[in-house]
Design a protein around this ligand. Structure first.
Ligand SMILES: [Fe+2]
Length: 237
């Protein structure tokens, strides 16, 4: 496990991941709450040998599958930490009946007033041949002013493989913090997305940790707003 310290009480663990033959990577975010509890958002493929590193940070108490795409490794994380609470989102139980979900993050809430979350409604992707709802929940780590997103924005650029760079160019998201055209085409209810986005933009964040592409260290709010103006095809005043 490649454990990277982002700032106080916040870590990320990147791991390779292919999608339609393209290396797009994935990234788990680890938040340590004030009481020492750890929250794992979008688990990567964890192994028994990863435990000492995680246990040195705190007590793994919450494991979160934040949307209908990032649940692949949640079962392994739960097997490593059976005492932890496994959180999913609306529709995940139907998709992954093998997972033992303990709860759903399907409405706004907060872990200890430090890690807030809201469902990002209306957002969907066109993954040929069908349109698939993401049902993503987005997070805000209040102490570090960090937004944590999974598939609601990407940030591909020079750091990615040439194939991924080319795909990002074709899909309108090269060197831009935004979703791709696959989500732009797949999302029918743009008003629901705008409502969700406005709730997100109400948070006082600067950094953005994404699951795919480079972390945005500053000015994340302005960049996300700009990306979603492209996505929604309207200006957000
Ligand atoms: Fe993803």
């Amino acid at each position: 496990m490649n454990l990277i310290s982002i700032t106080e009480n916040l870590w990320a663990t990147p791991q390779p991941l292919q999608f339609f033959g393209l290396e797009i990577g994935t990234r788990m975010t680890i938040v340590r709450l004030g009481n020492g509890d750890l929250v794992l958002i979008s688990p990567i493929h964890l192994r028994e040998s990863d435990r000492p590193q995680l246990d040195a940070l705190g007590t793994v108490r919450h494991i979160i599958a934040p949307n209908l795409f990032h649940h692949l490794f949640a079962g392994q994380a739960q097997a490593l930490y059976p005492e932890a609470t496994l959180w999913g989102i609306e529709g995940l139980a139907e998709k992954r009946s093998d997972l033992q979900l303990d709860g759903l993050l399907n409405q706004a809430g907060s872990f200890e007033g430090e890690l807030d979350y809201v469902p990002f409604e209306g957002f969907a992707a066109w993954i040929p041949p069908r349109i698939v709802a993401a049902n993503e929940t987005v997070f805000f780590h209040r102490p570090s002013r960090t937004l944590i997103v999974t598939d609601t924005a990407f940030n591909f650029g020079e750091g990615d493989t040439l194939g991924t760079q080319l795909a990002a160019r074709v899909l309108g998201s090269y060197n831009q913090l935004r979703p791709t055209r696959l989500e732009k085409w797949g999302t029918r209810d743009k008003d629901a997305v705008e409502r969700s986005l406005r709730r997100v933009l109400n948070w006082d964040f600067d950094r953005i940790i994404l699951t795919h592409g480079a972390i945005v260290e500053s000015e994340g709010k302005a960049k996300l707003k700009e990306g979603y103006e492209w996505f929604l095809g309207r200006s957000l005043v």
